[in-house]
Design a protein around this ligand. Structure first.
Ligand code: BEZ
Length: 253
């Protein structure tokens, strides 16, 4: 997957819902005072802060230097490190590993799960939520259709995320040594605020699609995709994106 540039300011201002929704996943984590918890893909650190509020000791890691810098500014009492999620090098240090809205960005899933398995103490838990099968399909379909209408389909790459089914991910977890305790795949329609909400989402999250296009082509494809999406996804001044989440709880055996 090409490298993504994370605009932490845009993320913080327009896409805060990522960590707001993550608060729900924290219920599955159920962090206890005194536990050691690793937050993989911590972004701007908001959920790491909530874990710390429960009395646990948290280490937040993220591949983006920009995100880590903002996390450190936001939460100076929490330890954050820039690290690739597929190259974790911790050894039986954590009672739990937590992750929200990150796994779908990781190409090397076996490397990711190997590192998490090694980082956990025996009996430790992995709680994660990310995009599941069918996630944002309307958006990727609209990008494909726009690219086709503009004769640019051979240059646009719309499927670069990993959105697995329950069966696929259970298999990956179990072949990596985990026991799957709970798994949900569910629709979570997600509001993107403002008339330009969808364009901002595409600019921030789907920038990979356009790596082979120049600025003008990128603008044409993304604006046409937005107009294709508008009749079904723009309601009462806001956009609704068709998010589907895969939420898991797995135990290191
Ligand atoms: C997600 O959280 O599901 C997601 C975010 C950005 C791009 C794709 C998926």
């Amino acid at each position: 997957m090409p490298e993504i540039h994370w605009d932490s300011k845009l993320y913080n201002e327009q896409h805060r819902f990522v960590s707001d929704y993550g608060a729900d996943v924290l219920q599955w984590l159920d962090a206890k005072a005194g536990e050691n918890i690793l937050d993989v893909g911590c972004g701007t650190g908001d959920l790491a802060a909530k874990i710390q509020e429960a009395g646990a000791k948290v280490l937040g890691v993220d591949a983006s230097a920009d995100m880590i810098e903002l996390a450190k500014q936001n939460y100076p009492t929490i330890y954050f490190e820039q690290k690739d999620a597929a190259a974790l090098d911790y050894n039986r240090e954590f009672d739990a590993v937590f992750s929200n809205a990150t796994f779908h960005w990781i190409e090397n899933q076996r490397g990711l799960l190997r590192g998490i398995y090694k980082a956990l103490k025996h009996g430790g838990r992995l709680i994660a939520e990310f995009g599941g099968k069918g996630n944002v399909k309307s958006i990727t379909d609209a990008i494909d259709q726009a690219a086709k209408e503009l004769g640019l389909e051979h240059k646009v790459i719309s499927s670069f995320w990993f959105f697995p089914s329950i069966a696929h991910y259970a298999n990956l977890l179990e072949s990596s040594g985990f026991e799957t305790e709970q798994m949900w795949l569910f629709d979570r329609p997600t509001k993107l605020t403002g008339e330009d909400g969808m364009l901002k989402w595409i600019n921030q999250f789907a920038q990979h699609a356009f790596v082979n296009l120049n600025e003008e082509e990128t603008k044409s494809v993304s604006e046409l995709a937005v107009s294709i999406l508008k009749p079904a996804h723009f309601k009462n001044g806001d956009w609704i994106a068709d998010y589907k989440r895969l939420r898991i709880k797995a135990i290191k055996k």
